[in-house]
Ligand binder design. Structure first.
Ligand SMILES: *[C@@H]1O[C@H](CO)[C@@H](O)[C@H](O)[C@H]1NC(C)=O
Ligand SMILES: *[C@@H]1O[C@H](CO)[C@@H](O)[C@H](O)[C@H]1NC(C)=O
Ligand SMILES: *[C@@H]1O[C@H](CO)[C@@H](O)[C@H](O)[C@H]1NC(C)=O
Ligand SMILES: *[C@@H]1O[C@H](CO)[C@@H](O)[C@H](O)[C@H]1NC(C)=O
Ligand SMILES: *[C@@H]1O[C@H](CO)[C@@H](O)[C@H](O)[C@H]1NC(C)=O
Ligand SMILES: *[C@@H]1O[C@H](CO)[C@@H](O)[C@H](O)[C@H]1NC(C)=O
Ligand SMILES: *[C@@H]1O[C@H](CO)[C@@H](O)[C@H](O)[C@H]1NC(C)=O
Ligand SMILES: *[C@@H]1O[C@H](CO)[C@@H](O)[C@H](O)[C@H]1NC(C)=O
Ligand SMILES: *[C@@H]1O[C@H](CO)[C@@H](O)[C@H](O)[C@H]1NC(C)=O
Ligand SMILES: *[C@@H]1O[C@H](CO)[C@@H](O)[C@H](O)[C@H]1NC(C)=O
Length: 793
């Protein structure tokens, strides 16, 4: 079935080889691309974008389904409803983008009105075994016998539709639907060229997790056959006149399904090629990009795939791995994890209709609450140039929209989930010495987050700032007439605002503003004000044995109450609008660990190291830990702070591969633009970043050796192991040397990467004394026994 001429010659070879080995043919046998499987996380809620894209590309071609379609396609066995050219990846909100899908079909009896136009009518199952995905390439066969394959350039997608042969009288039809995956269209236009069937137009849509609306433009050209007839369709009827359409929402917001269609004859090899240009600026720009990037659609397919592969190889080139006998599955988790961190944010340079600052512009920060923890720190290591452009885009957004975003997609503001966490992204870049960023501007932007409450803090800035200043915590049921947002999450917002202020203090100190440092480092202790020392926690009536938890506190200082297990898997799900609670998308049990700057003080509150370690173990083994959401990430490693770094590695192995693996359902939750992927990558690397601080916690790597070459300095950081075993018996670090000298600290700074240091890690099967001494623990503010982050600046 795969070896028919509908597939590219490359692809034919690739599949022939697939029969005998897992190596794709397009890349050399030793290319890491063989370890990239875009289908990881394509079902079970991973919501990844599984189709063809270049690194950070605007154009993202894939088949869209009617099942788990947040990222377009899913291996959930649902039906294909279209093929579209723009998507987000791993997101959790509503299905994102997927605007202006095409759909190919044969009309029974060769009658246009026997074709199925509406989504519900045209939905067609796909042949599960036909799904093929690799960097820059996606293919799937529909149950109708139509075989599709696709690739993309930066701003355009190329689709090939091969119709079943054997019926000379049929005129294959392709329709364009004026919709998006979420059916959020407000109004849209299509014009169909009678001669060549070019379809052009635009539409106004809603961002999938945000405010406002955006306009997207398109330009579709067809190649490989003659135009037979064409026109527009509305509901389930098509006609050859008129050749254009403007569709809007009716008086009751009725969603009218409509678009353009064209039929073709004389297809070479029964294959119709469609080239889709996309632009946020104009339809003419969409046509221009498509024509420039894909000038010869009938012969460009393989070149585009090859260019995409080359671009991906280049992005992955900084890393090399000596697997040491570790399975292909684990290597796939690792490399695919890096790959997915470079799908979004997306490079919209030259595509921002609102302003042009003459610098690269990135969008689809979806969302920073997820991505500040590990995705951006990973990009800082493997693609610092892109990270600088992203940071500058955040500052660009600040200058033009007035605020740093907490989430931003399709050129619109996304909803804020907790604090103003772009602050952390900026400060993380600062402590890691990224250059080409205006740090005084960054300071100004972050101070605004800390001091000025916007009217709409639902999508930027912070709410409750008056209370934050006067009471030093965010009160339960705050009285806040200044600005508006979901008035909940008083616990998680207090914790995040405290850390945001700590990051602000770090930047202020680095820039020499001592007064600002003192002010904000004091505010970073505000989390202690909602610690209720007497609070207990029970599960189904049984006391957990731990006392002292964060609790909501009213403005008058009286404690409120939220069951510490509420908003965990043992209770119910809580989000912004579904069951808003005092903690966002996680329980008090989860949030109790989210004081990244001051863990040693937290340990004191929890009754000392032994009780802290017990709490961590209980959390991870009782069903309270939610490995599917980002706040959990750091808790896997907090054993370091109590002098037991070996237990962090041990805990990590309970999640990889059991919760993160290379299967299609191999992510425990939404990938969130590669956040889950980055967690796996840092885990396997044996270094975990505490974002906003110049700190990586050292754990045992999952590979025998790893090199990371800094794309900025060109120096190579090496991680070597002694005593590595691929069965992971020896997961405990016995000793570490850095550049040949003993390294007793359980953490290291970013200079490891930028200066290209060499770390040798001796592994054994038992916990050792390495990293256990008080002075060797990771930095924690307020603890005189350990190094301060500031000492590293
Ligand atoms: C049709 O298929 C043949 C055999 O694969 C190939 O050589 C030829 O280039 C194809 N023609 C077009 C127009 O794609
Ligand atoms: C072939 O086309 C004819 C005429 O449109 C139609 O009646 C017939 O059902 C088609 N056969 C197949 C196998 O699609
Ligand atoms: C399309 O809808 C948007 C959002 O409702 C509105 O601002 C715009 O004016 C509409 N455009 C037209 C041409 O009706
Ligand atoms: C959308 O297309 C219509 C029809 O070509 C045009 O009149 C309108 O100006 C376009 N809208 C935008 C925002 O470019
Ligand atoms: C984004 O695109 C612009 C314009 O092509 C380019 O200058 C910039 O380097 C790109 N950024 C990355 C990280 O590739
Ligand atoms: C504080 O406010 C809460 C909520 O309005 C109320 O239930 C409580 O009685 C108040 N406490 C005092 C001491 O007034
Ligand atoms: C792979 O990960 C998924 C998602 O976390 C999990 O449900 C599944 O059990 C894992 N599979 C294996 C074999 O561990
Ligand atoms: C890392 O680089 C060193 C020096 O070039 C080399 O000897 C070693 O094999 C490399 N290790 C890996 C895992 O690529
Ligand atoms: C670890 O290194 C120390 C010196 O730094 C040495 O005394 C000790 O024997 C080493 N332990 C192991 C298990 O290699
Ligand atoms: C950043 O630069 C400063 C000044 O050159 C240096 O002292 C510090 O070690 C650097 N930090 C990192 C993480 O490279």
């Amino acid at each position: 079935m795969f070896l028919t001429p509908w597939v590219s010659p490359h692809f034919t070879i690739r599949l022939l080889i697939l029969i005998t080995s897992p190596l794709p043919a397009l890349c050399a046998d030793d290319s890491v691309l063989r370890f990239i499987d875009p289908l990881i996380g394509s079902t079970n809620g991973g919501n990844v974008f599984a189709g063809a894209t270049r690194p950070y590309g605007l154009a993202k071609a894939v088949a869209d389904v009617d099942g788990q379609n947040t990222g377009g396609f899913s291996t959930d066995g649902s039906n294909v409803v279209g093929f579209s050219a723009v998507h987000d990846s791993g997101t959790g909100g509503n299905p994102s983008m997927g605007n202006f899908p095409l759909f190919p079909q044969l009309c029974p009896g060769d009658e246009v009105n026997n074709c199925d136009f509406r989504i519900g009518d045209r939905a067609t199952p796909y042949v599960a075994s036909s799904v093929a995905a690799s960097p820059g390439y996606f293919a799937v066969e529909l149950r109708s016998g139509i075989k599709t394959s696709m690739t993309s350039s930066e701003h355009a997608a190329l689709f090939r539709f091969e119709f079943p042969s054997g019926n000379g009288t049929q005129h294959p039809l392709v329709l364009l639907d004026l919709t998006d995956l979420w059916k959020s269209r407000q109004n849209a236009t299509v014009s169909v060229d009678a001669e060549n069937a070019r379809m052009k137009g635009n539409g106004t849509f809603l961002p999938s997790f945000g405010a406002g609306s955006y306009v997207m433009h398109y330009c579709v050209d067809f190649f490989g056959g003659r135009v037979f007839d064409n026109g527009v369709w509305v509901n389930n009827r098509g006609g050859t006149e008129p050749k254009g359409l403007y569709v809007t929402r009716g008086f009751n917001l009725f969603y009218l399904e409509a678009g353009g269609w064209a039929r073709f004859s004389g297809l070479a090899n029964n294959t119709l090629t469609a080239r889709v240009g996309i632009s946020f600026i104009s339809a003419d720009q969409a046509c221009r990009s498509a024509a420039t990037e894909i000038p010869s659609p009938l012969s460009d397919f393989d070149r585009l795939v090859k260019e995409a592969e080359d671009a991906w190889e280049e992005k992955l080139a900084p890393i090399s791995v000596d697997a040491g006998g570790v399975s292909d599955e684990l290597q796939k988790s690792f490399w695919s994890g890096i790959y997915r961190t470079m799908i979004s944010p997306q490079n919209y340079t030259g595509e921002n209709p609102h302003w042009d600052s003459g610098i690269p512009y990135f969008d689809s920060f979806y969302c920073i609450w997820d991505s500040f923890r590990v995705q951006h720190p990973l990009l800082t290591i493997v693609d610092p140039k892109a990270q600088v452009q992203m940071v500058n885009s955040l500052l660009d957004i600040y200058q033009h929209e007035g605020w740093l975003p907490d989430c931003h997609m399709s050129l619109c503001n996304g909803w804020t989930q907790g604090g103003s966490n772009a602050d952390v992204v900026l400060v993380d870049a600062y402590v890691k010495n990224l250059t080409g960023i205006d740090w005084e501007l960054a300071l100004k932007a972050i101070i605004q987050d800390a001091e000025v409450e916007p009217l709409e803090w639902a999508f930027h800035g912070r709410g409750g700032l008056q209370s934050w200043r006067d009471l030093d915590y965010i009160p339960y049921l705050d009285f806040d007439p200044v600005g508006f947002g979901t008035n909940s999450r008083s616990i998680s917002r207090t914790l995040e605002y405290a850390y945001n202020d700590y990051c602000l203090a770090t930047l202020a100190q680095g820039l020499g503003h001592v007064d600002l440092y003192n002010k904000y480092v004091a505010r970073s202790t505000n989390w202690q004000n909602i610690w209720r020392a007497q609070q207990t926690s029970a599960i189904r009536g049984r006391d957990t044995g731990f006392t002292g938890f964060f609790q909501p506190k009213y403005q008058n200082g009286t404690w409120g109450f939220q069951d510490p297990i509420d908003c965990s898997a043992l209770s119910r799900f809580c989000s912004l609008t579904s069951n808003p609670s005092e903690t966002f998308e996680a329980s008090v049990w989860q949030y109790q660990f989210l004081v990244p700057h001051s863990i040693s003080t937290l340990i004191e509150h929890m009754g000392g190291e032994k009780r802290f370690l017990d709490r961590l173990d209980f959390f991870h083994t009782s069903g309270l830990a939610d490995i599917s959401n980002e706040p959990v990430f750091s808790t896997v490693y907090l054993y370091h702070y109590a002098g037991r770094p070996g237990l962090s590695t041990k805990r990590l192995h309970t999640y990889i591969p059991s919760a993160f693996n290379a299967s299609h359902g191999g992510l425990p939750g939404n990938d969130d633009s590669g956040s889950m992927g980055a967690f796996v990558v840092f885990g396997m690397l044996g270094l975990f970043p505490i974002s906003g601080q110049d700190v990586y916690l050292i754990s045992a790597p999952f590979f025998a050796g790893i090199n990371v070459t800094s794309p900025v300095t060109g120096k190579t950081a090496q991680i070597k192991t002694v005593g590595f075993d691929s069965g992971y018996k020896n997961i405990f670090i016995q000793n570490v040397t850095v550049n040949g000298k003993p390294w007793t600290k359980s953490w290291i700074g970013h200079a490891f990467f930028s200066e290209g240091w060499t770390m040798e890690v001796v592994l054994g099967s038992q916990e050792s004394g390495w990293g256990t001494k008080l002075e060797d623990r990771p930095p924690s503010w307020g603890d005189s026994g350990t190094a301060k982050v500031a000492d590293l600046l």
